[in-house]
Design a protein around this ligand. Structure first.
Ligand SMILES: CC(C)(C)c1nc(N2CCN(c3ncccn3)CC2)c2cc(C(N)=O)c(N)nc2n1
Length: 328
């Protein structure tokens, strides 16, 4: 086949496969069988292997993962991925608010409250809008390059809606339903079970074989910007809206508050609603919205003074002893 025909065929195949991905993953109404889908994918992989210069970085073949890696390269986070101070009750939140208001003087303070997704923090780096590298948080300064595994997460865009160079942070996670299904399959195969969705997400992303990560139905919520070039934003909430417009999946349950009382009511409401979510959360993250105020507040040795993690009380450990339900 000549190059021009191959180019047309590759573009046409990629468009067909992306349409079937949308039908299958977003609308849950596939039009072709898995076998027919696999055939299309094999054809595209074959053409991209024959004409590597025609394979684009956002081709659907990037989602299926290549050969297993011998090891993970180390990645130094240019902007460190910090830790979060903890709050365990209303008094801690009010103390946090008092400290913030003390530091920013008489200015009005706006907070953004977000669900704290219980997964694995990762960093995603984009050059001119193309996903080029992803890494685990590691110790906040040095993480592991897990780009191949992250490419299998469908909600991670391989190409942004604009050719921006930036680095974002997010929490990769395994939905509760995928976790339960995975453990049922492992039980049938007599394999050890994962203790919780966070461990299974971390275990899946630390596999050297990307085909394993690709089989694990992982997802991600982007929660912050590490570096941003070619665009300026003044606040965290504006930054999250920009990220959404670029194609990132940002959790919709975020809300902005001026009043601590309403913030506390919001936190309480999610303590109750937590079991109804299709993914696990272990608390809320409260952040000062204004970047200028974040600058004024600065950082301790390891965490920002402008953010705090509110940790939900440990869920009652309910164990079933021979059918008798006891709370411990
Ligand atoms: C950018 C800041 C520092 C404010 C920040 N840091 C976070 N984390 C830091 C500590 N992390 C961590 N991880 C492992 C060990 C120690 N710290 C895990 C991410 C956030 C995590 C979530 C979430 N999970 O949903 C979130 N909505 N916002 C975050 N925001």
């Amino acid at each position: 086949m000549d190059r021009l025909t191959a180019e047309t065929k590759i573009k046409e195949l990629a468009k067909r496969i992306e349409r079937h991905n949308r039908l299958y993953y977003e609308e849950d109404r596939p039009e072709i069988t898995d076998q027919e889908y696999d055939q299309l994918m094999r054809e595209l992989i074959e053409l991209e292997t024959q004409f590597p210069e025609l394979a684009s970085p956002d081709s659907p073949t990037q989602r299926v993962g290549g050969e297993p890696l011998p090891f993970f390269e180390k990645v130094v986070h240019k902007t460190p991925m910090l830790s979060l101070g903890n709050a365990f009750g209303e008094a801690d939140i009010r103390d946090f608010d008092r400290r913030v208001r003390q530091a920013v003087g008489s200015q009005a303070v706006r907070y953004v409250a977000e669900l704290k997704i219980d997964g694995l923090a990762v960093s995603l780096h984009y050059e001119n809008g193309v996903f080029v590298r992803g890494a685990t948080r590691g110790d906040g300064t040095i993480g592991e390059d897990i780009t191949q595994n992250l490419k299998t997460i469908r909600s991670i865009p391989l190409r942004l809606t604009r050719p921006l160079t930036l680095e974002v942070r997010g929490e990769a996670y395994m939905p509760k339903a995928a976790f339960e299904k995975l453990n049922r399959e492992r039980e049938e195969r007599g394999e050890p079970l994962f203790a919780n969705p966070r461990n299974s997400a971390a275990g899946s992303l630390r596999q050297l074989d990307p085909k394993i990560a690709a089989s694990r139905q992982l997802d991600i919520f982007i929660y912050g910007i590490g570096e941003l070039h070619g665009e300026t934003v003044e606040s965290h909430s504006e930054g999250l809206d920009l990220l959404e417009s670029l194609g990132f999946k940002v959790n919709k349950e975020r809300r902005v508050f001026e009043d601590v009382g309403e913030l506390l009511a919001f936190i309480e409401s999610w303590t109750q609603k937590r079991p109804s979510l299709p993914y696990e959360i272990d608390g809320m993250v409260i952040k000062v919205d204004s970047y200028a105020q974040q600058e004024e507040l600065g950082y301790t040795a390891k965490s920002p003074r402008w953010a705090i993690a509110y940790k939900f009380p440990a869920e009652e450990a309910i164990t079933i002893l021979e059918g008798i339900e006891v709370s411990v």
